[in-house]
Design a protein around this ligand. Structure first.
Ligand SMILES: *Cc1c(COP(=O)(O)O)cnc(C)c1O
Length: 464
């Protein structure tokens, strides 16, 4: 380097990030730039852009984890290079996944945890897809064995999360979603049976509905299907979508029977990244017995070395989430999970009581008996100077996400608002939200909304 260039180098090393040549112009947004940039500068820009995202801790809409112990952050960093699919290269990550499967089978009272089979997924959506496929394959095989047509499968559910709509559409399965009626905002045993016939691949009750947070009555549904079998010979299996409940009920309500204690429950999915307290990107699906996962759905790969069975939609996937899930299991044990979930339940019930007392709201689910959360509607016998969409929009101004949305058919007329209380939503944070809700009510009293907002204007809502 010529001596005369030294000053130029010195300048660029000492430049303030925002005074640098990189950042004194607007960076390329939709076209890959021609030249490279200083990592320090680009890190700053990307980070700043993320400021415009919502603050996840104030997102009371999501079921997913937004607070994680520092040790989990470290393990995620330690695992950044681990591809969980490569079981030959990372046998210990594979072993840890297998331990998690067995712990879950045991937690969900599998009668023969040894003979149980299951795997991690990217979340409950992939887990539901795998669970649904196994049911579809088994049903087809049974119909063919009986010499019957196997081209018109159907699936019976209550008001389910979107993943089941995807499953039925992608695989051309008729979706028999039991319509809601009046105050009945879920599928009950009576309807489940009514919608079944010999083309039903399964009934899928949800342990923790995304719309109201309530549990569908798995045990009653199972008993009703037992009676159906006794009367007609028709045997319909159950898959439980326990995305949330799978990590709640075993800890806070261990006597509630919804899991493999029911003979008819053949498979269960749950989201590790929801009440499993793992970071985003892990779910689980478990079959009560190897027999319920048809062999022709399992692929064996050997080109990474070894002979590895895999059943998954993805191939390469990060291993960190699985390792973090295992960390949680060891770190918390049943005691730790119970304490965390119990604290959430108490805060949810406390919030429901406080919001019920505010005046305009009628509590639909009060945080007791389902997921730690709550939901409400506007009282029907009064006029209100706002809609729940206006309330959601007003709270958004303070950073809170408290979604308002309409129910599925036949109660699309019913608009409700919901709060999820999860790990990290402390009593103190909840009381700050209550203050903001009261301020919003005062605002609407003084300045009634003349043209109310609609669901379309607030952009709809996805139940994640
Ligand atoms: C969240 C949720 C899903 C989808 O799970 P992901 O882990 O987000 O893929 C499915 N079913 C229910 C009941 C849920 O709450």
């Amino acid at each position: 380097m010529g001596l005369h260039e030294k000053d130029k180098v010195r300048d660029s090393l000492l430049d303030d990030v925002f005074a640098s040549a990189d950042l004194s112009t607007s960076l390329s947004k939709y076209r890959l730039p021609d030249r490279e940039h200083d990592p320090r500068h680009i890190y700053q820009v990307v980070r700043d852009e993320l400021l415009l995202d919502g603050n996840s801790r104030q997102n009371l809409a999501t079921f997913c984890q937004t607070w994680l112990e520092p040790e989990i952050h470290r393990l995620m960093e330690d695992c950044i290079d681990k591809n969980m699919i490569d079981k030959d290269e990372y046998p210990q990550t594979a072993e840890i996944e297998s331990r998690c499967v067995h712990m879950l089978a045991d937690l969900w009272n599998s009668p023969a945890a040894d003979n149980t089979i299951g795997c991690s997924t990217t979340g409950s959506s992939e887990a539901a897809m795998l669970g649904g496929l196994a049911l579809l394959w088994r049903w087809r095989k049974r119909m063919k064995a009986q010499g019957k047509p196997a081209d018109r499968p159907n699936l019976v559910t209550g008001p389910v999360q979107i993943c089941w709509h995807k499953f039925t559409r992608y695989w051309d399965v008729e979706h028999r979603e039991v319509p809601l009626e009046g105050d009945r905002l879920m599928m009950t045993a009576e309807q489940a049976v009514e919608y079944c016939d010999e083309n039903t691949i399964a009934v899928v009750p949800t342990l923790g509905l995304t719309f109201t947070c309530a549990y569908e009555p798995v045990r009653e549904i199972s008993e009703a299907l037992d009676r159906l079998e006794k009367d007609t010979g028709l045997s319909v299996p159950i898959h439980v979508d326990a995305a949330s409940g799978g990590f709640l009920a075993p800890f806070v309500d261990p006597d509630m029977v919804w899991d493999f204690r029911l003979e008819r429950v053949k498979s269960v999915n749950a989201s590790g990244h929801k009440f499993g307290l793992a970071p985003l990107g892990v779910g689980w699906v478990i079959w009560r017995d190897k027999d319920y996962l048809p062999d022709d759905l399992i692929f064996r790969v050997n080109y990474l070395g070894g002979d590895m069975p895999t059943f998954a939609l993805n191939f390469s996937r990060p291993g960190g989430q699985i390792v973090a899930q295992y960390y949680n299991f060891l770190r918390l044990g049943r005691e730790g999970y119970r304490k965390i979930q119990q604290a959430c339940y108490e805060t949810a019930a406390w919030l429901a009581d406080a919001i019920g007392k505010m005046g305009p709201f009628e509590i639909i689910y009060d945080g007791r008996g389902g997921i730690p959360g709550l939901c409400w509607k506007l009282k029907e016998d009064q006029d209100h100077p706002f809609t729940l969409y206006d309330m959601a929009d007003r709270l958004r101004g303070r950073g809170w996400q408290v979604p308002a949305y309409s129910m599925p058919k036949n109660r699309q007329d019913l608009v409700i608002q919901r709060i999820l209380v999860r790990h990290g939503v402390s009593r103190d944070l909840a009381s700050l939200l209550l203050d903001d809700m009261r301020r919003a009510l005062e605002h609407f009293e003084k300045r009634p909304v003349s043209i109310p907002m609609t669901e379309k204007e607030v952009g709809g809502f996805k139940h994640s």
